[in-house]
Design a protein around this ligand. Sequence first.
Ligand code: GRF
Length: 181
Amino acid sequence: MVYNVGVLISGSGSNLNAIIRSGINVKFVVSNNHNAGGLCIAKKANIPVYSWESLSKLESEVSKLILKYNTDLLILAGFMRLLSSNFIQSMPKLSIINIHPSLLPAFKGANAIEQALKYGVKYTGVTIHYVDEGMDSGLIIDQATIKIEESETIISLQKRLQKIEHKLYPSTIKRIIDSRK
Ligand code: GRF
């Protein structure tokens, strides 16, 4: 059985790129931001792209795309909007996955990297979780930890975390796909 995924993005799409390069079957990419860099990455890979700024329009169109492309999982890769309860409830359980740059449940929401640095934690990391109706509150699938260096800046920490994300996200998605085959 071939597993198809759809990916939602808002920005540069470096995780999308890692997912595509890993060979996961990405059938469509949707953004809420017409200028998201990740749209170019998808186009170069010949993956259909769509963008809608309105969340309600985006959700109703994504529901149609899921049927059209027969996708099994919806992957959020730097998608910066909170999906509505209606949309989440309309989807099968455990079918939407997100990646977040902190060790959840610490530092939810935007600016997670900045929040961790400001708080002064010595370790932070990356969390991959299923999406529920809350903000970064769904069931945790996997996590990876790194030690925060003395000289760490938001930029340096973001780079180190993204390096981890680009390995952990594709491998975790593949593991989920394999376990459902
Ligand atoms: C990632 O760091 C992810 O953890 C967060 O948003 C960022 C997206 O980066 N949810 P990119 O668009 O994949 O480069």
